[in-house]
Design a protein. Sequence first.
Length: 351
Amino acid sequence: MIKTDILIIGAGPTGLFTVFEAGLLKMRCHIIDALPQPGGQLAELYPKKPIYDIPGFPEVDAGVLVDNLMKQIEPFEPTFTLGERAETLEKLEDGTFIVTTNKGTKHHAPIVAIAGGLGSFEPRKPKLDKLEFYEERGVEYMVKNPEQFEGKDIIIAGGGDSALDWTIYLAEKAKSLTLIHRRNEFRGALDSVEKVQALKDAGKVELITPAEVVALHGEDKLEKITIKKADGDVFHKSCDYLIPLFGLAPKLGPLADWGLEIEKNAIKVDNTLDYQTNIPGVYAIGDINTYPGKLKLILCGFHEATLMCQSAYQRINPGKRFVLKYTTVGGVKGFDGSLKEAPKAVVKAFD
């Protein structure tokens, strides 16, 4: 039985930052994640994708952000159960919880913080004949290694932030890059739309809208696709890679059977105070929760984790007063009481 103060479900950026905020309050954390390494979607799906909305970082690669978060929480010595999925939740008579994984590992804690991002997920796939045959033979649903696409003819399909972001990023690496979207309007950030338009005007990106991919061709690997425009025009285009970016289909998995209040595949929480669920002592933070005005942003998850930890401290230490001290004044002290230096990865970012 693994015992801890706060049991965190999910090792994405929100879950990792929870360790830091809990550590400032002298609460120990243990993290469960189904993936074999910390970082969540950032590490698994797009470790080299640039992120632009982290305060203090005009641009930071997803993998670098994860590395920095891991450095930041080192003083608080978190422990992990990786490669195992949280399966069941049992509430004991004393109000504490036992969470058991699919491999039978049991964890005991007075607080459970669900920070599972989108839950378990898989890419939304276009309905195309022989699609599975071409997967990893030219059809890729994510960009783990951008160098793989250097000097190649690439076609990206989609109209959201991911499609726009990767179009902007890969335009400088690819031999040619084409973006196909079924509408003339894009759903992504206005700034990204303007950057793609500028790349089109500069001749670095071909934009085909409104249109969609209707067929794939090639003997052993993808060689070309068939495109159908809204006006009925049908034509072929050669390519090395097709990257369909239509988002992820989230699934709560076993969490859906924990007795939590669910709305549109997300966990409802009380955002007026502490992001607690309908089960006292169980919180949901980050992309996995929902409440009026919810925004699925990493920085919002950091905010939710901070307030959640304050509430968790009061549940674990009822009636005990805690005086919040700014880290700029008190520094960051580990559980042994020693003052820790700022992580070198973070210091270097500001050199």
